[in-house]
Design a binder for this molecule. Structure first.
Ligand SMILES: Nc1ncnc2c1ncn2[C@@H]1O[C@H](COP(=O)(O)OP(=O)(O)OP(=O)(O)O)[C@@H](O)[C@H]1O
Ligand SMILES: [Mg+2]
Length: 444
Protein backbone atom coordinates (compact mmCIF):
# COMPACT_ATOMS: atom_id res chain seq x y z
CA UNK A 1 0.00 0.00 0.00
CA UNK A 2 1.39 3.43 -0.90
CA UNK A 3 1.98 5.83 1.92
CA UNK A 4 -0.54 8.35 0.50
CA UNK A 5 -3.36 5.94 1.35
CA UNK A 6 -3.00 6.72 5.01
CA UNK A 7 -3.01 10.50 4.54
CA UNK A 8 -6.23 12.50 4.41
CA UNK A 9 -7.43 12.86 0.84
CA UNK A 10 -10.34 14.32 -1.09
CA UNK A 11 -12.01 13.78 -4.45
CA UNK A 12 -9.28 15.76 -6.25
CA UNK A 13 -6.66 13.25 -5.06
CA UNK A 14 -8.84 10.34 -6.16
CA UNK A 15 -9.88 11.48 -9.66
CA UNK A 16 -6.89 13.11 -11.34
CA UNK A 17 -7.67 14.05 -14.96
CA UNK A 18 -4.61 16.23 -15.36
CA UNK A 19 -1.92 14.51 -13.33
CA UNK A 20 -0.58 11.00 -12.79
CA UNK A 21 -2.97 8.89 -10.73
CA UNK A 22 -1.68 7.68 -7.38
CA UNK A 23 -4.57 6.64 -5.15
CA UNK A 24 -6.66 5.40 -8.05
CA UNK A 25 -3.70 3.94 -9.94
CA UNK A 26 -4.57 0.57 -11.43
CA UNK A 27 -1.93 -1.99 -12.24
CA UNK A 28 -1.86 -3.01 -15.90
CA UNK A 29 -0.06 -6.24 -15.29
CA UNK A 30 1.57 -7.21 -18.57
CA UNK A 31 2.80 -3.70 -19.33
CA UNK A 32 3.91 -3.15 -15.73
CA UNK A 33 6.03 -6.26 -15.52
CA UNK A 34 7.71 -5.49 -18.86
CA UNK A 35 8.55 -2.01 -17.61
CA UNK A 36 9.75 -3.14 -14.18
CA UNK A 37 12.02 -5.82 -15.71
CA UNK A 38 13.52 -3.26 -18.07
CA UNK A 39 14.01 -0.78 -15.22
CA UNK A 40 15.89 -3.44 -13.25
CA UNK A 41 18.10 -4.68 -16.10
CA UNK A 42 21.48 -2.92 -16.12
CA UNK A 43 22.31 -1.28 -19.45
CA UNK A 44 18.76 -1.60 -20.79
CA UNK A 45 17.46 1.66 -22.20
CA UNK A 46 13.72 2.18 -22.44
CA UNK A 47 11.26 3.67 -24.91
CA UNK A 48 7.66 4.02 -23.72
CA UNK A 49 5.19 4.85 -26.46
CA UNK A 50 1.44 5.01 -27.06
CA UNK A 51 -1.39 7.45 -27.68
CA UNK A 52 -1.61 10.68 -25.75
CA UNK A 53 -3.54 9.96 -22.53
CA UNK A 54 -2.89 6.22 -22.60
CA UNK A 55 -1.10 6.41 -19.25
CA UNK A 56 2.64 6.50 -20.04
CA UNK A 57 3.65 9.14 -17.51
CA UNK A 58 1.41 7.66 -14.81
CA UNK A 59 2.75 4.17 -15.29
CA UNK A 60 6.32 5.34 -15.25
CA UNK A 61 5.98 7.57 -12.21
CA UNK A 62 4.36 4.76 -10.23
CA UNK A 63 7.01 2.24 -11.23
CA UNK A 64 9.99 4.56 -10.78
CA UNK A 65 8.78 5.20 -7.28
CA UNK A 66 9.18 1.46 -6.62
CA UNK A 67 12.51 0.90 -8.40
CA UNK A 68 14.68 4.04 -8.31
CA UNK A 69 15.95 6.38 -5.59
CA UNK A 70 15.24 9.34 -7.80
CA UNK A 71 15.06 10.57 -11.35
CA UNK A 72 15.39 13.71 -13.39
CA UNK A 73 12.87 14.67 -16.07
CA UNK A 74 13.38 16.74 -19.20
CA UNK A 75 10.39 17.97 -21.14
CA UNK A 76 10.91 18.26 -24.90
CA UNK A 77 9.42 20.96 -27.04
CA UNK A 78 9.32 21.42 -30.79
CA UNK A 79 12.55 23.00 -32.04
CA UNK A 80 14.57 21.97 -28.98
CA UNK A 81 18.12 20.85 -29.74
CA UNK A 82 19.92 17.80 -28.38
CA UNK A 83 22.49 20.11 -26.77
CA UNK A 84 19.75 21.92 -24.82
CA UNK A 85 18.49 18.57 -23.55
CA UNK A 86 21.95 17.56 -22.35
CA UNK A 87 22.40 20.89 -20.56
CA UNK A 88 18.95 20.53 -18.99
CA UNK A 89 19.93 17.12 -17.57
CA UNK A 90 23.22 18.52 -16.29
CA UNK A 91 21.45 21.46 -14.59
CA UNK A 92 19.16 19.07 -12.76
CA UNK A 93 22.12 17.27 -11.21
CA UNK A 94 23.09 20.46 -9.36
CA UNK A 95 21.39 19.62 -6.04
CA UNK A 96 23.17 16.26 -5.91
CA UNK A 97 26.66 17.57 -6.63
CA UNK A 98 26.31 20.82 -4.69
CA UNK A 99 25.28 18.87 -1.59
CA UNK A 100 28.22 16.53 -2.08
CA UNK A 101 30.53 19.51 -1.96
CA UNK A 102 29.40 20.39 1.53
CA UNK A 103 29.77 16.80 2.83
CA UNK A 104 33.41 16.77 1.56
CA UNK A 105 33.41 13.28 0.05
CA UNK A 106 36.93 11.90 0.15
CA UNK A 107 36.79 8.93 -2.25
CA UNK A 108 38.95 9.69 -5.27
CA UNK A 109 36.39 8.81 -7.91
CA UNK A 110 33.77 10.97 -6.25
CA UNK A 111 36.26 13.78 -5.86
CA UNK A 112 37.17 13.59 -9.53
CA UNK A 113 33.52 13.55 -10.53
CA UNK A 114 32.88 16.56 -8.35
CA UNK A 115 35.78 18.28 -10.12
CA UNK A 116 34.31 17.37 -13.53
CA UNK A 117 30.95 18.73 -12.43
CA UNK A 118 32.53 21.97 -11.26
CA UNK A 119 34.53 22.55 -14.43
CA UNK A 120 31.48 21.96 -16.63
CA UNK A 121 29.43 24.29 -14.50
CA UNK A 122 32.05 27.04 -14.78
CA UNK A 123 32.30 26.56 -18.54
CA UNK A 124 28.52 26.78 -18.84
CA UNK A 125 28.38 29.93 -16.74
CA UNK A 126 31.12 31.52 -18.85
CA UNK A 127 29.34 30.72 -22.12
CA UNK A 128 26.13 32.03 -20.61
CA UNK A 129 27.62 35.41 -19.71
CA UNK A 130 29.34 35.95 -23.06
CA UNK A 131 26.47 34.68 -25.23
CA UNK A 132 23.64 36.10 -23.18
CA UNK A 133 23.06 39.35 -25.01
CA UNK A 134 23.11 37.73 -28.47
CA UNK A 135 21.39 34.49 -27.80
CA UNK A 136 19.91 33.12 -24.60
CA UNK A 137 20.75 29.54 -25.53
CA UNK A 138 23.85 28.24 -23.79
CA UNK A 139 26.53 26.44 -25.79
CA UNK A 140 27.46 22.88 -24.86
CA UNK A 141 30.93 23.03 -23.26
CA UNK A 142 33.41 20.50 -24.71
CA UNK A 143 33.78 18.90 -21.27
CA UNK A 144 30.10 17.92 -21.22
CA UNK A 145 30.56 14.80 -23.32
CA UNK A 146 28.11 11.85 -23.39
CA UNK A 147 30.60 9.94 -21.21
CA UNK A 148 30.87 12.66 -18.59
CA UNK A 149 27.09 13.13 -18.45
CA UNK A 150 26.71 9.34 -18.13
CA UNK A 151 29.20 9.16 -15.26
CA UNK A 152 27.67 12.13 -13.43
CA UNK A 153 24.18 10.70 -13.83
CA UNK A 154 25.26 7.13 -13.04
CA UNK A 155 26.94 7.95 -9.80
CA UNK A 156 23.95 10.06 -8.68
CA UNK A 157 21.93 6.78 -9.03
CA UNK A 158 19.18 8.65 -10.83
CA UNK A 159 17.73 7.76 -14.20
CA UNK A 160 16.85 10.29 -16.88
CA UNK A 161 13.26 10.52 -18.11
CA UNK A 162 12.79 12.39 -21.40
CA UNK A 163 9.12 13.29 -21.95
CA UNK A 164 7.62 13.92 -25.41
CA UNK A 165 10.76 12.97 -27.28
CA UNK A 166 8.73 12.59 -30.48
CA UNK A 167 8.58 16.40 -30.68
CA UNK A 168 12.34 16.64 -31.36
CA UNK A 169 13.58 16.99 -34.97
CA UNK A 170 14.94 13.90 -36.75
CA UNK A 171 18.54 15.12 -36.91
CA UNK A 172 18.59 15.73 -33.17
CA UNK A 173 17.04 12.31 -32.52
CA UNK A 174 20.04 10.61 -34.07
CA UNK A 175 22.32 12.24 -31.56
CA UNK A 176 20.30 10.73 -28.74
CA UNK A 177 20.72 7.34 -30.32
CA UNK A 178 24.51 7.80 -29.99
CA UNK A 179 24.08 8.83 -26.37
CA UNK A 180 22.05 5.68 -25.68
CA UNK A 181 24.96 3.64 -27.02
CA UNK A 182 27.41 5.35 -24.69
CA UNK A 183 25.07 4.80 -21.71
CA UNK A 184 24.75 1.10 -22.57
CA UNK A 185 28.52 0.75 -22.59
CA UNK A 186 28.82 2.43 -19.21
CA UNK A 187 26.53 -0.21 -17.64
CA UNK A 188 29.36 -2.27 -16.06
CA UNK A 189 30.49 0.86 -14.20
CA UNK A 190 27.01 2.27 -13.43
CA UNK A 191 24.33 -0.41 -13.12
CA UNK A 192 21.49 2.07 -12.75
CA UNK A 193 22.39 4.38 -15.63
CA UNK A 194 19.34 4.60 -17.83
CA UNK A 195 17.40 6.83 -20.20
CA UNK A 196 13.66 6.43 -20.51
CA UNK A 197 12.15 8.17 -23.52
CA UNK A 198 8.42 8.76 -23.73
CA UNK A 199 6.51 9.64 -26.87
CA UNK A 200 2.86 9.89 -27.90
CA UNK A 201 3.23 7.96 -31.15
CA UNK A 202 2.40 4.66 -32.83
CA UNK A 203 5.79 2.95 -32.78
CA UNK A 204 8.95 3.01 -30.66
CA UNK A 205 11.06 3.89 -33.71
CA UNK A 206 9.11 7.11 -34.12
CA UNK A 207 10.32 8.07 -30.66
CA UNK A 208 14.02 7.22 -31.00
CA UNK A 209 15.74 6.35 -34.27
CA UNK A 210 18.18 3.68 -33.08
CA UNK A 211 19.85 1.10 -35.30
CA UNK A 212 19.13 -2.61 -35.54
CA UNK A 213 22.13 -3.72 -33.44
CA UNK A 214 20.90 -1.64 -30.49
CA UNK A 215 17.43 -3.05 -30.69
CA UNK A 216 17.84 -5.89 -28.22
CA UNK A 217 19.32 -3.48 -25.70
CA UNK A 218 16.35 -1.15 -25.88
CA UNK A 219 13.07 -2.21 -24.26
CA UNK A 220 10.10 -1.00 -26.28
CA UNK A 221 7.10 -0.66 -23.98
CA UNK A 222 3.77 -0.04 -25.66
CA UNK A 223 1.09 1.52 -23.46
CA UNK A 224 -2.24 0.97 -25.23
CA UNK A 225 -5.41 2.88 -24.50
CA UNK A 226 -7.37 1.30 -21.67
CA UNK A 227 -9.91 -1.47 -22.08
CA UNK A 228 -13.40 -0.94 -20.66
CA UNK A 229 -12.44 -3.35 -17.86
CA UNK A 230 -9.52 -1.12 -16.91
CA UNK A 231 -11.76 1.95 -16.95
CA UNK A 232 -14.17 0.11 -14.62
CA UNK A 233 -11.28 -0.61 -12.26
CA UNK A 234 -10.57 3.12 -11.92
CA UNK A 235 -14.26 3.70 -11.17
CA UNK A 236 -14.16 0.87 -8.59
CA UNK A 237 -11.18 2.40 -6.85
CA UNK A 238 -12.95 5.74 -6.70
CA UNK A 239 -16.05 4.12 -5.24
CA UNK A 240 -14.05 2.45 -2.52
CA UNK A 241 -11.97 5.50 -1.63
CA UNK A 242 -14.95 7.87 -1.45
CA UNK A 243 -17.63 5.40 -0.32
CA UNK A 244 -19.82 6.18 -3.32
CA UNK A 245 -21.65 3.98 -5.85
CA UNK A 246 -21.84 4.34 -9.63
CA UNK A 247 -24.84 2.29 -10.85
CA UNK A 248 -23.89 -0.09 -13.68
CA UNK A 249 -25.63 1.98 -16.37
CA UNK A 250 -23.49 4.97 -15.35
CA UNK A 251 -20.27 2.96 -15.41
CA UNK A 252 -20.91 1.80 -18.94
CA UNK A 253 -21.72 5.36 -20.04
CA UNK A 254 -18.42 6.53 -18.51
CA UNK A 255 -16.53 3.78 -20.37
CA UNK A 256 -18.23 4.65 -23.67
CA UNK A 257 -17.48 8.35 -23.37
CA UNK A 258 -13.89 7.65 -22.29
CA UNK A 259 -13.23 5.34 -25.24
CA UNK A 260 -10.02 4.09 -23.61
CA UNK A 261 -8.76 7.52 -22.54
CA UNK A 262 -8.36 7.39 -18.76
CA UNK A 263 -8.25 11.17 -18.33
CA UNK A 264 -11.84 11.41 -19.67
CA UNK A 265 -12.91 8.78 -17.13
CA UNK A 266 -11.22 10.72 -14.30
CA UNK A 267 -12.76 14.02 -15.45
CA UNK A 268 -16.30 12.65 -15.78
CA UNK A 269 -16.14 10.94 -12.38
CA UNK A 270 -14.72 14.09 -10.81
CA UNK A 271 -17.45 16.23 -12.38
CA UNK A 272 -20.15 13.82 -11.16
CA UNK A 273 -18.79 13.98 -7.63
CA UNK A 274 -18.61 17.78 -7.70
CA UNK A 275 -22.19 17.94 -8.97
CA UNK A 276 -23.31 15.55 -6.20
CA UNK A 277 -21.35 17.54 -3.62
CA UNK A 278 -19.02 14.64 -2.83
CA UNK A 279 -15.73 16.17 -1.78
CA UNK A 280 -14.37 13.74 0.82
CA UNK A 281 -15.09 10.16 1.84
CA UNK A 282 -18.81 9.77 2.58
CA UNK A 283 -20.01 8.61 6.00
CA UNK A 284 -22.63 6.35 4.46
CA UNK A 285 -22.66 5.00 0.87
CA UNK A 286 -23.92 7.55 -1.63
CA UNK A 287 -25.21 6.59 -5.10
CA UNK A 288 -24.62 8.88 -8.06
CA UNK A 289 -27.46 9.48 -10.49
CA UNK A 290 -28.10 9.93 -14.21
CA UNK A 291 -28.66 13.60 -13.49
CA UNK A 292 -25.13 13.85 -12.06
CA UNK A 293 -23.80 12.14 -15.18
CA UNK A 294 -25.61 14.48 -17.59
CA UNK A 295 -24.34 17.49 -15.73
CA UNK A 296 -20.81 16.00 -15.68
CA UNK A 297 -20.83 15.66 -19.47
CA UNK A 298 -22.09 19.21 -19.84
CA UNK A 299 -19.30 20.50 -17.57
CA UNK A 300 -16.80 18.49 -19.59
CA UNK A 301 -17.93 20.07 -22.85
CA UNK A 302 -18.04 23.58 -21.38
CA UNK A 303 -14.41 23.16 -20.26
CA UNK A 304 -13.29 21.54 -23.49
CA UNK A 305 -15.15 23.74 -25.96
CA UNK A 306 -12.30 26.24 -26.41
CA UNK A 307 -9.72 23.56 -26.97
CA UNK A 308 -12.04 21.67 -29.33
CA UNK A 309 -12.66 24.84 -31.30
CA UNK A 310 -8.90 25.57 -31.35
CA UNK A 311 -8.04 22.05 -32.51
CA UNK A 312 -10.57 22.10 -35.36
CA UNK A 313 -9.49 25.63 -36.38
CA UNK A 314 -5.94 24.30 -36.76
CA UNK A 315 -7.15 21.26 -38.68
CA UNK A 316 -9.33 23.27 -41.05
CA UNK A 317 -7.00 26.20 -41.63
CA UNK A 318 -6.25 26.50 -45.35
CA UNK A 319 -2.47 26.78 -45.51
CA UNK A 320 -2.07 26.94 -49.28
CA UNK A 321 -4.27 26.81 -52.31
CA UNK A 322 -4.99 23.22 -53.25
CA UNK A 323 -7.62 21.57 -55.41
CA UNK A 324 -9.18 19.76 -52.46
CA UNK A 325 -9.86 20.85 -48.93
CA UNK A 326 -8.54 17.56 -47.56
CA UNK A 327 -9.13 18.28 -43.85
CA UNK A 328 -12.78 19.02 -44.47
CA UNK A 329 -13.28 15.97 -46.68
CA UNK A 330 -11.68 13.65 -44.10
CA UNK A 331 -13.61 15.17 -41.20
CA UNK A 332 -16.90 14.87 -43.07
CA UNK A 333 -16.28 11.26 -44.05
CA UNK A 334 -15.24 10.22 -40.53
CA UNK A 335 -17.92 12.16 -38.67
CA UNK A 336 -20.69 9.89 -39.86
CA UNK A 337 -18.73 6.64 -40.10
CA UNK A 338 -18.68 4.08 -37.29
CA UNK A 339 -17.20 5.51 -34.07
CA UNK A 340 -14.33 2.97 -34.25
CA UNK A 341 -13.24 4.75 -37.44
CA UNK A 342 -12.23 3.71 -40.94
CA UNK A 343 -9.24 2.16 -42.65
CA UNK A 344 -7.61 4.52 -45.13
CA UNK A 345 -8.95 2.86 -48.28
CA UNK A 346 -12.46 2.71 -46.92
CA UNK A 347 -12.18 6.38 -46.02
CA UNK A 348 -10.97 7.08 -49.56
CA UNK A 349 -14.01 5.44 -51.11
CA UNK A 350 -16.32 7.44 -48.83
CA UNK A 351 -14.63 10.68 -49.93
CA UNK A 352 -14.76 9.65 -53.58
CA UNK A 353 -18.54 9.28 -53.41
CA UNK A 354 -18.71 13.10 -53.55
CA UNK A 355 -15.25 13.92 -54.92
CA UNK A 356 -14.46 11.17 -57.48
CA UNK A 357 -11.09 12.59 -58.51
CA UNK A 358 -9.70 12.62 -54.95
CA UNK A 359 -6.68 10.27 -54.79
CA UNK A 360 -5.13 7.95 -52.24
CA UNK A 361 -1.80 9.75 -52.68
CA UNK A 362 -3.32 13.02 -51.39
CA UNK A 363 -5.19 11.28 -48.60
CA UNK A 364 -2.10 9.38 -47.43
CA UNK A 365 -0.13 12.59 -46.94
CA UNK A 366 -2.92 14.63 -45.42
CA UNK A 367 -4.34 12.14 -42.96
CA UNK A 368 -0.98 11.88 -41.19
CA UNK A 369 -1.03 15.64 -40.65
CA UNK A 370 -4.30 15.41 -38.74
CA UNK A 371 -2.50 13.29 -36.12
CA UNK A 372 0.01 16.09 -35.50
CA UNK A 373 -0.23 18.97 -33.04
CA UNK A 374 0.16 21.56 -35.82
CA UNK A 375 -3.15 20.29 -37.25
CA UNK A 376 -4.85 20.04 -33.84
CA UNK A 377 -4.22 16.27 -33.37
CA UNK A 378 -7.91 15.68 -33.96
CA UNK A 379 -7.45 12.09 -35.14
CA UNK A 380 -5.92 8.95 -33.75
CA UNK A 381 -4.55 5.98 -35.66
CA UNK A 382 -4.65 2.50 -34.23
CA UNK A 383 -1.71 0.57 -35.68
CA UNK A 384 -3.20 -2.83 -34.74
CA UNK A 385 -6.50 -2.38 -36.57
CA UNK A 386 -5.25 0.21 -39.08
CA UNK A 387 -8.29 2.40 -38.32
CA UNK A 388 -8.33 6.18 -38.26
CA UNK A 389 -10.87 7.76 -35.94
CA UNK A 390 -11.49 10.96 -34.02
CA UNK A 391 -9.30 11.33 -30.96
CA UNK A 392 -12.25 10.73 -28.63
CA UNK A 393 -16.07 10.83 -28.76
CA UNK A 394 -16.11 14.54 -27.89
CA UNK A 395 -14.03 15.36 -30.99
CA UNK A 396 -16.43 13.28 -33.07
CA UNK A 397 -19.49 15.05 -31.68
CA UNK A 398 -17.79 18.40 -32.28
CA UNK A 399 -17.12 17.43 -35.91
CA UNK A 400 -20.78 16.50 -36.34
CA UNK A 401 -21.77 19.82 -34.79
CA UNK A 402 -19.76 21.91 -37.23
CA UNK A 403 -21.03 19.95 -40.21
CA UNK A 404 -24.59 20.22 -38.93
CA UNK A 405 -24.38 23.99 -38.42
CA UNK A 406 -22.76 24.55 -41.82
CA UNK A 407 -25.44 22.48 -43.54
CA UNK A 408 -28.07 24.57 -41.83
CA UNK A 409 -26.45 27.80 -43.02
CA UNK A 410 -25.78 29.44 -39.67
CA UNK A 411 -24.38 32.81 -40.65
CA UNK A 412 -22.96 33.59 -37.19
CA UNK A 413 -20.57 31.30 -35.35
CA UNK A 414 -22.40 29.46 -32.54
CA UNK A 415 -22.11 30.81 -29.01
CA UNK A 416 -20.37 28.54 -26.49
CA UNK A 417 -23.67 27.56 -24.86
CA UNK A 418 -25.33 26.78 -28.21
CA UNK A 419 -22.23 24.81 -29.22
CA UNK A 420 -22.33 22.88 -25.93
CA UNK A 421 -25.93 21.88 -26.39
CA UNK A 422 -25.33 20.79 -30.02
CA UNK A 423 -22.36 18.63 -28.96
CA UNK A 424 -24.47 17.13 -26.18
CA UNK A 425 -27.21 16.18 -28.62
CA UNK A 426 -24.72 14.48 -30.97
CA UNK A 427 -23.01 12.66 -28.09
CA UNK A 428 -26.35 11.30 -26.89
CA UNK A 429 -27.35 10.23 -30.39
CA UNK A 430 -24.01 8.46 -30.90
CA UNK A 431 -24.41 6.65 -27.60
CA UNK A 432 -27.86 5.43 -28.56
CA UNK A 433 -26.45 4.11 -31.87
CA UNK A 434 -23.64 2.25 -30.06
CA UNK A 435 -26.07 0.75 -27.56
CA UNK A 436 -28.40 -0.29 -30.34
CA UNK A 437 -25.53 -2.00 -32.20
CA UNK A 438 -24.38 -3.80 -29.07
CA UNK A 439 -27.89 -5.00 -28.53
CA UNK A 440 -27.99 -6.42 -32.07
CA UNK A 441 -24.51 -7.96 -31.84
CA UNK A 442 -24.13 -9.28 -28.28
CA UNK A 443 -21.10 -11.40 -29.21
CA UNK A 444 -18.90 -8.45 -30.30
N1 LIG B 1 -2.83 3.07 -14.55
C1 LIG B 1 -3.65 4.11 -14.33
N2 LIG B 1 -4.56 4.06 -13.33
C2 LIG B 1 -5.39 5.08 -13.12
N3 LIG B 1 -5.40 6.21 -13.83
C3 LIG B 1 -4.52 6.33 -14.84
C4 LIG B 1 -3.60 5.28 -15.13
N4 LIG B 1 -2.85 5.66 -16.18
C5 LIG B 1 -3.26 6.88 -16.51
N5 LIG B 1 -4.24 7.30 -15.71
C6 LIG B 1 -4.90 8.63 -15.79
O1 LIG B 1 -5.01 8.92 -17.18
C7 LIG B 1 -4.67 10.25 -17.50
C8 LIG B 1 -3.59 10.29 -18.55
O2 LIG B 1 -2.44 9.65 -18.08
P1 LIG B 1 -0.97 10.10 -18.47
O3 LIG B 1 -0.79 11.57 -18.33
O4 LIG B 1 -0.05 9.22 -17.71
O5 LIG B 1 -0.96 9.71 -20.02
P2 LIG B 1 0.22 9.93 -21.08
O6 LIG B 1 0.23 8.69 -21.91
O7 LIG B 1 1.48 10.28 -20.38
O8 LIG B 1 -0.32 11.14 -21.94
P3 LIG B 1 0.53 12.20 -22.81
O9 LIG B 1 1.10 11.44 -23.97
O10 LIG B 1 -0.50 13.18 -23.25
O11 LIG B 1 1.61 12.76 -21.93
C9 LIG B 1 -4.37 10.90 -16.16
O12 LIG B 1 -5.56 11.49 -15.75
C10 LIG B 1 -4.04 9.75 -15.22
O13 LIG B 1 -4.41 10.09 -13.91
MG1 LIG C 1 2.69 11.97 -20.45
Amino acid sequence: MQKEDTLPYDVFDVFTPSQPAKLSFIDRETINSGLVNALRTPGKQIVVYGHSGSGKTTLLSNKLYQTYEGHITSQCMKGMSFEQLVIDAFDQLAPYYEEQKSTKESATSKASLAATYKSIKLALEASHTSEYSKNEKRALPPQLTPQSLGRLLGSSKKCWVIEDFHKIDETEKQKLSQLLKVFMDLAPEHRLLKIICLGAVDTARQVVAYDEEMRRRVAEIHVPLMSDQEIYQIVNKGEELLNIRFPSALRSKVAKHACGVASICHQLCLNMCIDANVIGKQGSPKALSDKNFDRAVEMYIEDASDSLRGAFDKALKQRNKTKFDSSRLIIEALAFAHERGLARLKLLSRIQENSPSYTDAILKIHIKKLLEAEYGSILRHDSDSGLYSFKDPFYRAYAQTIIHTENNDHAEPLSTSAMTSHILVHLRENLIIIEHEEHRQPSR
